[in-house]
Design a protein around this ligand. Structure first.
Ligand code: BT5
Length: 333
């Protein structure tokens, strides 16, 4: 269902986007007729699309087309792809054209006590966030921006290693579409061919010693276009360049089919159930790396993760553990 809260100027463009999504040529006249507006009004709307990185091609004498079309998210199509177990676990599916951040939206819902089992997707985020104040670039229709809210009791220590387990879940969803060369980078990235394909951001709310809630936020690049990807300050990749043609709705459903059962069982199963799978996908296993905190850095060899998901760094035979959140990992070239 479409939620009524987050309204944006982009939503006013939805009807014209729906028409152009097929990637075919549409004349200004036919667009005007279908939308019930004048050709001049159509022209204005088309100009506005450019602001969202949706560059139109004008085909002389025939009209306009959106090269490549758009594979827009649809709640019907996502729901149709859900396994029965996921349908039971999913309380609400929310699709937005544009929000600040799906994580921010879901945290606010959890604080009002109504975010459990809610999955929110956004076609575009204006303030998509990563860890420690970093940005997540999410241009319209370019990827999957998903947050899932989950409440649980027993304290936050039950969620140890969760961001790594979510990485395994994403790798499993991508394997259904035969995406090649998927690897995991501690603590929260999915990489492909040595570049960042997806990131995971967990945010917590509530009483961290008892009843609390987590928002699992995932940003995954499907096909980034427009100018905004130029703002990504590290090597990135999208599915389009490694496995074109993946249907975003099927992928979104596959992600939920992995994530919802994971969240339900995680307090009992813990990271132990995912560790072997994580190690098998470790991008940096046995490689020289540098770990950086705000004030220090450590160099050594990445030696996998322990049962809690802490990174093991081998520094000349001395093993040291690092927990997520405090440090960033870089390869030493
Ligand atoms: C992450 O943080 O990788 C977590 C990203 C989580 C984004 C999702 S989208 C849905 C939900 N709602 C939100 O507001 N957030 C979540 P971190 O490890 O801090 O990485 C951030 C860094 O990744 C940035 O500083 C850039 O270098 C890079 N980056 C930004 N956008 C990117 C993109 N689209 N693709 C690849 N790398 C990107």
């Amino acid at each position: 269902m479409h939620d009524s809260t987050p309204k944006s100027p982009l939503e006013q463009l939805r009807p014209v986007l729906n028409l152009l999504a097929d990637g075919e040529v549409h004349s200004g006249e036919s667009l005007g007729a279908a939308l019930g507006v004048s050709r001049a009004a159509v022209w204005k709307q088309l100009q506005k699309l450019e602001r969202y990185g949706l560059a139109l091609e004008s085909v002389k004498g025939r009209g306009y087309r959106l090269p490549g079309g758009l594979n827009l998210l649809s709640s019907e199509a996502i729901t149709a792809g859900l396994a029965p177990a996921s349908r039971d676990l999913l309380r609400q599916l929310i699709l937005c054209d544009e929000v600040d951040s799906t994580n921010a939206q879901l945290l606010a819902r959890l604080e009002r006590g109504c975010g459990h089992g809610v999955a929110m997707f956004a076609e575009r985020q204006t303030a998509g966030r990563g860890r420690r104040g970093r940005n997540w670039i999410s241009p319209f229709g370019g990827g999957i921006n998903l947050s899932v809210g989950w409440q649980f009791s027993g304290g936050v220590q039950l969620l140890e290693g969760l961001s790594l387990a979510v990485g395994v879940a994403l790798a499993r969803a991508l394997a259904e579409f035969e995406v090649p060369d998927v690897r995991l980078k501690w603590p929260n990235d999915v990489w492909c061919r040595g570049r960042k394909l997806a990131g995971v951001l967990l945010e917590l709310s509530g009483d961290l010693t008892d009843r609390c809630a987590v928002v699992v936020g995932i940003g995954l690049n499907v096909g980034l276009r427009g100018e905004s990807p130029a703002a990504i300050d590290q090597p990135w990749i999208d599915l389009h360049s490694v496995r074109p043609g993946i249907d975003r709705n099927r992928l979104a459903a596959a992600m939920l089919n992995q994530l919802l059962p994971l969240l339900q069982a995680y307090p009992e199963r813990g990271f132990g159930a995912y560790r072997e799978a994580w190690l098998a996908l470790d991008q940096f296993a046995g490689r020289p790396v540098r770990l950086q905190s705000a004030t220090r850095e450590w160099c050594g060899t990445a030696a996998g993760v322990d049962r809690s998901g802490a990174l093991i760094l081998d520094m000349d035979g001395e093993q040291r553990l690092f927990h997520g959140g405090e440090v960033s990992l870089r390869e030493v070239s």
